[in-house]
Write a protein that binds this ligand. Structure first.
Ligand code: ZN
Ligand code: MN
Length: 487
């Protein structure tokens, strides 16, 4: 039967590194790019007898994430040991949470601007949220790099604070899974919980997917794919699995609970192992760590809840008069939203500023692969630039040249850059004399314009621009021509 006769059920488990100065259970420094195995101590190396000390800040950040996502917290939260043998976890157990995680329930909104671009163009589905099961805190493992005849282990990452956000099996399409990850990433950015950059491994995603025929209430056997490293790869992997499972079910091949490896290069998944269950890990409460009373910590972080993307989108529309599309583009990237707001602050020109940032600044940043905060042209310079477009010093096209000039020489103000490029607010006598000359030289065409030929007015504007060597502002030239000709 066609794929559309199957119900698809998807759940996501997202691991996210929390931005902290030190690790979860020791005071070793966290960070990226250090000499391997230089940020280690007996605790995060798992040496016998070493004892863990809780990082309270990491706990607070996890609780804050829960508040942002509408979770509740059990009164007492507890640590458990998840036992397994692998060189990336030298203690042979991961300190994690099983029965009493820091956060329960909650939901992730699927923002309309978080869907893949092709979906946004075709029209996003109605707004919905995806239910969460839980968020718990645990420690990250070491990083292993495999080589043909040997492997290298770097324990710098071992013991870093890692938050695991588990969704209910409440996602129905690969596109929703994509939007879920992107929305979650934005929320984590807005809360300054994590940069959640998937390319840097700060956010890592495991997917669960099962199919069942329409009408069957019991879920099908779930297939898990671990550590898929981009949102678009998650989307591709899920499409592939839906197709594969539907074809096998059609042939009467029952699915078994299993873990598969997604090979994004070849676009296929292959079986790794049949799935272990939670009881295989022999979880038990960690005797080295005391349970946590959540109430006082929740009280402490409650006033740290930031403005979230959806609220900011609404505010951009009401405060700056933006249309929905522009507001969506800006809030989807926290840095871009900040860049806009700095440029628009105290200006009545928010709409124009937003437009210019989206169509010109963001486009150049994308092309050069740099972020808004790295942009050499600062928000205030953009504000000035819009002001000199408005007062007629430069046209919109000339403004792009001014922008490029400021990009190369960031110390210049917009007015200074415009002046260096020869774009000056023409004093009217200079422009008037050129206009008079051009009118005198084209009597027949001028008559046609007076008789109502608007197209010729553009042509005449062009003649004046030519005579002014492109230094005049076409809008102002047209206006002056109209005035002179009494139109
Ligand atoms: Zn350590
Ligand atoms: Mn985990």
């Amino acid at each position: 039967m066609p794929v559309s006769d199957y119900l698809v059920t998807i759940g996501l488990e997202v691991h996210c590194q929390i931005k902290t100065k030190s690790k979860m259970f020791c005071s070793c420094e966290t960070g990226f790019g250090f000499e391997p195995n230089t940020r280690v101590c007996p605790t995060c190396l798992g040496l016998p007898g070493a004892l863990p000390v809780l990082n309270e800040f990491a706990i607070e950040r996890t609780l804050l994430t829960g508040l942002m996502l509408g979770c509740s917290s059990p009164e007492i939260s507890q640590w458990d040991r998840k036992n397994y043998f692998y060189p990336d976890m030298a203690k042979n157990y991961q300190t994690s949470q099983l029965d009493l995680p820091l956060c329960l329930g909650g939901e992730v909104p699927l923002y309309p601007w978080s869907y893949p671009n092709d979906v946004i163009k075709a029209g996003v589905p109605p707004f919905r949220t995806v239910k969460l099961t839980r968020i718990h805190l645990e420690e990250d493992a070491a990083k292993i790099t495999h080589h043909p005849t040997y492997s290298l282990i770097d324990y710098n990452r071992a013991g870093s604070a890692l938050m695991e956000i588990v969704s209910d099996p409440d996602i129905e399409t690969p596109e929703e899974a994509y939007a879920y990850l992107k929305s979650l990433q934005q929320i984590l950015n807005y809360g300054d919980i994590s940069d959640a950059d998937m390319e840097k491994g700060q956010m890592r995603c495991d997917v669960n997917i099962s199919l069942r025929p329409k009408g069957q209430s019991e879920l099908g056997a779930k297939v898990e794919m671990k550590n898929i490293n981009s949102m678009s790869a998650v989307r591709r992997a899920l499409h592939y699995e839906i197709q594969r499972q539907a074809e096998e079910l059609d042939l009467g091949i029952a699915q078994i609970q299993s873990t598969r490896r997604w090979d994004d290069e070849n676009g296929e998944s292959t079986i790794m192992r049949t799935k272990e269950d939670a009881h295989d890990y022999r979880y038990f409460p960690c005797p080295d760590l005391v349970p946590i009373h959540t109430a006082p910590l929740l009280e402490k972080v409650r006033n740290q809840i930031p403005e979230l993307p959806q609220q900011r989108q609404q505010r951009f529309i009401s405060e700056y008069g933006l249309n929905e599309y522009d507001a969506n583009v800006l809030v989807s990237d926290l840095e871009l939203a900040r860049f806009f707001e700095e440029a628009a602050q105290g200006s009545t020109n928010g709409k124009k500023i937003a437009n210019w940032i989206i169509n010109n600044v963001a486009a150049v940043l994308n092309e050069k692969g740099i972020t808004p905060s790295e942009c050499p042209v600062k928000p205030l310079a953009i504000k000035e630039l819009i002001a000199i477009i408005d007062d007629g010093t430069v046209s919109n096209n000339q403004a792009k040249e001014v922008f490029n000039k400021m990009w190369d020489e960031p110390n210049l103000s917009a007015a200074e850059a415009a002046k260096l490029l020869g774009f000056e607010k023409a004093d009217s006598s200079f422009l008037d004399s050129i206009i008079a000359e051009v009118i005198a030289a084209n009597p027949a065409k001028v008559q046609e314009i007076i008789d109502g030929n608007d197209k010729l007015l553009n042509w005449l504007t062009g003649q004046v621009m030519k005579a002014a060597k492109g230094k005049a502002n076409p809008k102002i030239v047209t206006e002056s021509l109209k005035k002179t000709l009494g139109l």
